[in-house]
Design a protein around this ligand. Structure first.
Ligand code: 0RA
Length: 643
């Protein structure tokens, strides 16, 4: 029996202080309190369930978005321990896991050694940032339940509420994010974002079944199920599905040593980009790191070795470069290790040196074997790399020719560019405008000191399908590259950009959206650092105009129109739908879309390089059918944007 002193001791105060600290500085735990942060809560809870799966105790996870805004994650793992935790006397394991920061993996010992570590802030953080949370545990034949109020405050101890279904164990966490914390962008989950993450989890955990149901009214309520018995091989197949594979087979190898594991799946496509995606303990390492380094080095080595041995590369021929070999490669690298070191700007780079040597040895040996065993595929890989090296030389010649045309810095600006007078890139903006007439209005409306305008006519060249040498000959591309002033591809130098805001201004119609996608693809492919550093924006011309007395008001979107109607109750208005930039005169364009104080801009971010790459190739690649299907099913989904 616990007395009052026991049930409210100093431990409890510490616990509440811990959760209070999370509420004071949510950003430190989940990055932000915008939509990214909100989705982080989801990731955190699902991660815990996936950890159970990785440890071999769970093969199904059910996710439900409830119609009251809650999110439920149910797994059939072992269930969070329900007995009293030795360090926290009278508290159940469940309460400790839900209220003590970082308590997630602290007990149970070995079962948790592979857990992520990056997202692993613990489900207590989710509790702290929820207005309500209910945890249910099936374990030892009993069904247990515990509820928490706003900020993670326990509403009573863990209770046994009945028997567990026969033989079942598992954990169900249902949480309602706190709107007070997520006040800027709200608490509505985006199903598409969640599904993308769930699909990656399913690929990385072979055989794990992940089911998702969105019960919210007005959403697609059909259940989605992800389960891949082929694991990362299926992942590669999926990524290449929208492309043309160089050969049918997907290669695979794995190795382990001292409790560390590496696995690789790969296939080449006929495209020109490399798509290496790496993960450490299930977490995307978008900045690469030691495992990627080891892989790339050994890949170059293995292919060159094979090409020489088979005389596909003659003695006089130069060694193939890594970039030539990686052209068209789609590969998934996953590693599992006990103490992952995540480094770099976004903590997306694996720092463990041991992973470089394990990956390098595994690749040298196993990929070497694979090439010997699959001579037809091996020959195609080598031939493609040889072609790539020739194209690289041709591209260099073409680029040198472009450079020679404009030897002086700052000279050689494209004729179509109306530049601004300030040379301080930090304060300047480049508007890329569709069409000459809208371009003319933009030139009149701009602030000549800080805003430059580059009109782009027609559709710029489809960059996914064109190799660099051809692309550089395209006038629109050339003008764009010169205006930005920092080169392109591997030579792109972020320090040299001439404007800190590159703003794409296109109509809200289908053509406009096509041009926008082409431009974003171009930036994503050829000036990736520009996108990553957040320099690319999309202008938002208003969708509606309305006369209020003698004045004309502009409304950004449907939500703005609804607000306007709510602010003018009982009155009738005619709303004009603005079809294009051309419908506004230059003053209007300036007022609504260009003036820094009055416009809204969307910043373009590469939220998930994996997914962005996929969308880009679906939209831009050669497979018309896949593209049509994608556009019709995802018409409202602008995945590049982090709105
Ligand atoms: C601590 C220890 C053990 C499991 C868990 C936590 C656990 C947490 C979550 C969160 C969602 N689902 C979960 N499933 C398990 C180990 C338990 C044991 O050794 O039996």
């Amino acid at each position: 029996m616990a007395d009052i002193g026991d049930s409210y001791g100093s431990k409890d105060i510490q616990v509440l202080e811990g959760l209070e600290a999370v509420r004071k500085r949510p950003g430190m735990y989940i990055g932000s309190t915008g939509l990214n942060g909100l989705h982080h809560l989801f990731v955190e809870v699902v991660d815990n369930a996936v950890d159970e799966a990785m440890a071999g105790h769970c093969d199904r996870i059910d996710i439900t978005l409830l119609d009251d805004g809650g999110c439920r994650v149910a797994d059939n793992g072992r269930g969070i321990p329900v007995d009293a935790h030795p360090k926290y006397k009278n508290k159940s394991g469940v309460e400790v896991v839900l209220t003590v920061l970082h308590a997630g993996g602290k007990f149970g010992g070995s079962g948790y050694k592979m857990s992520g570590g990056l997202h692993g802030v613990g489900v207590s953080v989710v509790n702290a940032l929820s207005q309500r949370l209910v945890v249910e545990v099936d374990r030892n034949g009993k069904h247990h339940r515990m509820e928490f109020a706003k900020g993670g405050k326990p509403q009573g101890a863990l209770e046994v509420t009945g028997n567990a279904p026969r033989g079942r164990s598992g954990t169900t966490v249902t949480f309602w994010p706190d709107p007070e914390i997520f006040s800027s962008e709200g608490t509505d989950f985006r199903a598409q974002t969640l599904l993308e993450k769930l699909q990656v989890y399913a690929f990385l955990n072979k055989g794990l079944e992940i089911r998702f149901t969105d019960e919210r009214p007005g959403h697609d309520n059909e259940r989605k199920v992800y389960r891949y018995n082929g694991g990362i091989e299926d992942f590669v197949r999926h990524l290449n599905a929208s492309k043309e594979a160089l050969f049918k087979r997907v290669g695979y190898y794995g190795a382990s040593e001292d409790g560390q594991e590496v696995e690789v799946a790969f296939q080449w496509n006929t495209g020109y980009y490399d798509g290496i995606h790496s993960f450490a303990n299930g977490i995307a390492t978008v900045e690469g790191g030691m495992h990627e380094e080891g892989f790339k080095k050994a890949l170059t080595n293995a292919i060159n070795g094979y090409a020489r041995a088979r005389n596909l590369l003659k003695e006089k021929d130069e060694r193939l470069l890594g970039e030539d070999i990686r052209e068209g490669l789609t590969a998934i690298l996953t590693v599992r290790l006990t103490d992952p070191q995540f480094e770099g700007q976004t903590k997306g780079k694996l720092g463990n040196v041991s992973m470089r040597s394990l990956m390098e040895r595994a690749t040298n040996e196993k990929l070497g074997d694979w090439l010997e065993e699959h001579p037809a595929e091996a020959r195609q890989i080598v031939q493609k790399a040889i072609q790539a090296s020739r194209a690289r030389l041709a591209a260099r010649q073409a680029r040198d020719a472009t450079r020679r045309k404009s030897p002086l810095e700052g000279a050689g600006m494209p004729g179509k560019l109306t530049d601004c007078s300030s040379r301080n890139a930090r304060e300047t903006e480049l508007f890329i405008v569709e069409g000459d007439s809208a371009g003319g209005s933009a030139i009149k409306a701009r602030d000549p000191e800080r805003q430059a305008v580059l009109p782009i006519r027609g559709k710029i060249l489809n960059v996914e399908r064109a190799r660099l040498d051809r692309m550089l000959k395209n006038q629109e591309v050339e003008a764009l590259v010169k205006a930005v002033g920092a080169g392109l591809g591997d030579d792109f130098d972020l320090d040299k950009i001439r404007y800190h805001k590159i703003i794409v201004m296109a109509d809200a119609d289908v053509d406009g959206s096509h041009i926008r996608t082409l431009l974003l693809t171009f930036f994503f492919r050829q000036m990736q650092a520009l996108v990553e550093a957040g320099h690319v924006y999309i202008a938002q011309p208003p969708l509606y105009s309305v006369e209020v007395g003698k004045e004309k008001a502009y409304l950004k979107d449907d939500a703005a129109r609804d607000r306007f109607l709510a602010e003018h109750p009982g009155k009738h208005f005619e709303f004009g739908r603005l079809k294009g930039l051309g419908e506004m005169d230059w003053q209007e364009l300036g007022e609504t879309t260009m003036h820094p104080a009055r416009r809204t801009l969307l910043q373009v971010s590469v939220e998930q390089a994996t997914i962005a790459d996929e969308v880009t190739s679906v939209l831009m690649g050669n497979d018309v059918e896949v593209r049509k299907h994608f556009i019709t099913t995802n018409a409202n989904d602008v995945r590049f944007l982090d709105i």
